[in-house]
Design a protein around this ligand. Structure first.
Ligand SMILES: NC(=O)c1ccc[n+]([C@@H]2O[C@H](COP(=O)([O-])OP(=O)(O)OC[C@H]3O[C@@H](n4cnc5c(N)ncnc54)[C@H](O)[C@@H]3O)[C@@H](O)[C@H]2O)c1
Length: 253
């Protein structure tokens, strides 16, 4: 035994080619987990795997669109074939979409948002739950957003709605899964310093956002990874069905 929190565990982290997913994958791997680095971006996912392996960890890239249940099913099968089972699922992948008033959101953009941000979480959870239930053990963390608690500062009504839906899905899944010793929780990050935000916001928007946050900075991907690792560990074994805010005291008033 090495004393690492996730020694012998296998984790799937969706959307792990960059941003918070990358930091989560690296953190779980550093603490001993074999990690499936999922994304739709092959190059980024393979790069994260190389980084994990260079640091002495174990990882596999798996390209799958989480909105497609057949691809998700194949990913879980490939994970079992390579690493034996799935102990941890981090539903991190998501899209922000375009920021525009509700009446200008095209219907197909609404559908795509729900397909990835909500049905993607459903697809991945559905695919791993039978494995976790059979072993009476598992951890699932869903990455929602302060947008799901309040409203988005960077996205539109469809993003806010999708992130609120994840909170309902988390609560319901948590109740169903808890009798099988499976902990399902959500995180609600505020404004985090990742490509998702940097691609969308102007430097002025980011500066004014920083000034409005009581801790006077955006969160980092590592801040989120530390919280997710806690929720995947034995230290949080009585936390289930919870949504943990991580927002620098940006209190959603
Ligand atoms: N950055 C923020 O301020 C912030 C705040 C709150 C919540 N979030 C949420 O946190 C999560 C990660 O955000 P981030 O800032 O790291 O974003 P990011 O855009 O940097 O990373 C998201 C990753 O998900 C991948 N992805 C997108 N669609 C996918 C699909 N269909 N299947 C598989 N992978 C897919 C992308 O390719 C990308 O690599 C998202 O769910 C996001 O909504 C972000």
């Amino acid at each position: 035994m090495t004393g690492k929190r996730f020694e012998g565990k296998t984790a799937i982290v969706t959307g792990a080619a960059r941003g918070m997913g990358r930091a989560i994958a690296q953190t779980l791997a550093r603490e001993g987990a074999a990690v499936v680095v999922n994304d739709v971006k092959r190059e980024g996912a393979e790069q994260v795997v190389r980084e994990i392996e260079a640091a002495g960890g174990q990882a596999m890239a798996y390209i799958a669109d989480i909105s497609r249940d057949n691809e998700v099913h194949a990913m879980v099968q490939a994970t079992v074939a390579r690493f034996g089972t799935v102990d941890i699922l981090v539903n991190n992948a998501g899209i922000l979409g375009n920021t525009r008033p509700l009446e200008e959101i095209p219907g197909d953009e609404w559908d795509q948002m729900m397909a990835i941000n909500v049905k993607g979480v459903f697809n991945c959870t559905k695919a791993v739950l039978p494995l976790m239930k059979a072993r009476r053990s598992g951890k699932i963390v869903n990455v929602s957003s302060s947008a799901g608690r309040s409203t988005s500062t960077f996205g539109g009504a469809h993003y806010t709605t999708s992130k609120a839906a994840i909170l309902g899905l988390t609560r319901h899944t948590a109740r169903e899964a808890a009798p099988y010793n499976i902990n399902v929780n959500a995180t609600a990050p505020g404004s985090m310093d990742t490509e998702m935000v940097r691609e969308r916001a102007t430097p002025e928007h980011i500066r004014s956002e920083e000034q409005s946050i009581p801790l006077r900075r955006l969160g980092t991907a590592q801040d989120e990874a530390n919280l997710v690792a806690f929720l995947c560990s034995d230290e949080s074994s009585y936390i289930a069905g919870a949504t943990i805010d991580i927002n620098g005291a940006d209190l959603l008033l």
